[in-house]
Design a binder for this molecule. Structure first.
Ligand SMILES: Cc1ncc(COP(=O)(O)O)c(C=O)c1O
Length: 408
């Protein structure tokens, strides 16, 4: 072909962190605490529901309308307020495509799940970044709650061109769970400037140490301007099923439906059915010890604490997440030479992660990848570990770290 092949929207968004680091982790046969998925099975009640759906008659194999459950949002009316999507990814994609126009500004809070930036850009929007910064009061930063937004800096990012802000609570990668006051500050600015809020809440059931997940859509004036995004994959430890959803007011969802019906149209029926059954069960058992929404965070709490003490044992400084799947750790006080020549043009955390993979057989993810180029330099001393893993995987990581600390 003599004329240019690719469309403009593919330019500048080609790089993908997961492709690069997943390939590297596989090439070195590592213990993988990099990518965010459980290496254990989903609970039996949803796998059985999936099997029953598959053997449940002809209609379970045909197109369907989205599943619906009042449980994920009491205020939502099935069909008009909930759009079922191919994972939270497609809910995000549909939101940006439906609501962002050429030249619209979209405020993204850093560190951010990496797909927000290319999705905003592919819709023609302009990302505007604001970092959460660690606030140190009397010692090292030890909790994701110590990472906060500066109210004046946030207010300064809102302009007449601002169409939306993207928040993520509990956050990937640091595990911050936004407090009501923090959400109220964001909500006040959204209402004042008539701005939409895209709230990625895929880890909403996973909070620790009493941290409480609050939906920004529940604050005054926010229901009609918020798109709340969730993931069946994260909720029921079945990330491969790719069932997600967006919840919002009907006047927003109808535009997202336009994108959805003209792109994927509909999502896999048996997976939707299994997730719907999972929610029905959880609705009945909510607040009881049998509830998966109690059991999963309790299990992850133990894994989180185990990982933190392992990291401390080799001189890393873990930042305790209040929620989610991930823990970041500061490696700046380590006395190791990880800077080989082959990676000299890369950020320190990328070099450290590659060194860990190649020389220790342990895969993690560099945290500066979750920042824009304008702020990434300030956050090159952190790496991200995923702890939604079998104990045997964490034990294998422990062996590696133990040998390392013993100098072997
Ligand atoms: C913050 C966040 N949002 C969205 C997603 C995508 O979720 P899904 O697998 O349901 O598409 C992820 C997956 O890692 C995530 O961490």
């Amino acid at each position: 072909m003599s004329r240019r092949l690719n469309a403009n929207r593919t330019v500048g968004v080609e790089k993908n962190l997961w492709v690069e680091f997943t390939q590297l982790a596989a090439a070195y046969n590592t213990v993988n605490l990099g990518q965010g998925f459980p290496d254990f099975s989903p609970p039996k009640f949803v796998t059985e529901a999936f099997c029953n759906a598959v053997s449940g008659g002809a209609l379970m194999h045909q197109y369907t309308r989205g599943f619906v459950s009042g449980f994920i949002c009491q205020r939502a009316v099935p069909i008009s307020n909930i759009l079922v999507t191919v994972g939270a990814y497609q809910a995000l994609f549909s939101a940006f495509q439906a609501l962002i126009d050429e030249g619209d500004e979209v405020i993204i809070i850093e560190p951010f799940f990496d797909c927000y930036q290319p999705m905003v850009m592919m819709a023609g929007g302009k990302p505007v970044y604001i970092p959460l910064r660690p606030v140190i009061e009397g010692g090292a930063v030890r909790s994701s709650g110590d990472w906060v937004l500066c109210p004046d800096e946030l207010a300064s990012k809102f302009t007449p061109r601002t169409k939306a802000i993207v928040i993520n609570t509990p956050n990937n990668p640091i595990g911050k769970v936004y407090k009501t006051e923090e959400l109220q500050m964001i909500a006040d600015l959204c209402v004042k400037h008539d701005v939409l809020c895209i709230s990625d809440e895929v880890y909403e059931w996973l909070t620790y140490d009493g941290a409480k997940h609050v939906k920004i859509a529940s604050l005054p004036g926010m229901w009609e301007r918020t798109i709340t995004i969730g993931s069946g994959g994260k909720t029921f430890s079945a990330t491969g099923w790719k069932v997600g959803w967006a919840i919002s007011s009907g006047h927003i969802i109808k535009h997202m439906k336009t994108i959805h019906q003209n792109t994927v149209y509909h999502c896999a029926t048996p997976a939707q059915e299994a997730v719907a059954q999972g929610f029905e069960r959880e609705h009945e058992l909510f607040g009881t010890p049998e509830s998966y929404f109690q059991q999963l965070p309790a299990m992850l709490h133990r894994k989180r604490d185990k990982l933190a003490s392992l990291l401390e044992s080799v001189g890393l400084t873990p930042i305790m997440p209040e929620g989610g799947y991930f823990m970041t750790a500061d490696f700046s006080s380590l006395k190791v030479d990880y800077k080989d020549q082959s990676s000299s043009d890369e950020p320190n955390d990328f070099r450290f992660v590659k060194w860990l993979i190649k020389t220790k057989g342990l895969a993690t993810i560099p945290v500066s990848a979750f920042y824009s180029p304008e702020h990434s330099k300030d956050f090159e001393k952190y790496i991200r570990f995923c702890f939604v893993k079998e104990d045997s995987t964490l034990d294998a990581a422990a062996d590696i770290l133990r040998k390392w600390s013993e100098g072997q």
